[in-house]
Design a protein around this ligand. Sequence first.
Ligand SMILES: [Zn+2]
Length: 135
Amino acid sequence: MNPKDTPKKSAKEWRQQLSDVAYKVTRQAATEPAFSGAYWDHWQTGVYQCVCCGTPLFASAAKFDAACGWPSFDRPVASEKIEEKVDHSYQMTRVEVRCQQCAAHLGHVFTDGPTQTGLRYCINSAALEFDPKPE
Ligand SMILES: [Zn+2]
């Protein structure tokens, strides 16, 4: 199916599909508490997908330990999978990261990454679903 053909779901449909925390994070741009999610200290090989639509977003090879309590990646699987948008909420200027296919809020990207890309995608565990297949 072409990603552009994915039907837009209503808030009610998302609520039925998602856990409470996943709904708040992805559809209401909330941030899960640090060290609370399933993936901040998770190091299996595989791909992290969008919890809403299943799009592969981040590979385990791009994951690094940022010691911040959220899963952190230095790059997405492909830049067209995500949408980056300047976010001025909470009196801060940050770059918000969303799933390109379903507009789920994922987290933010910062330019203080320790690897070659210089980027740190700080992503909520609740926005992700891990698929443990080899890359
Ligand atoms: Zn999605």
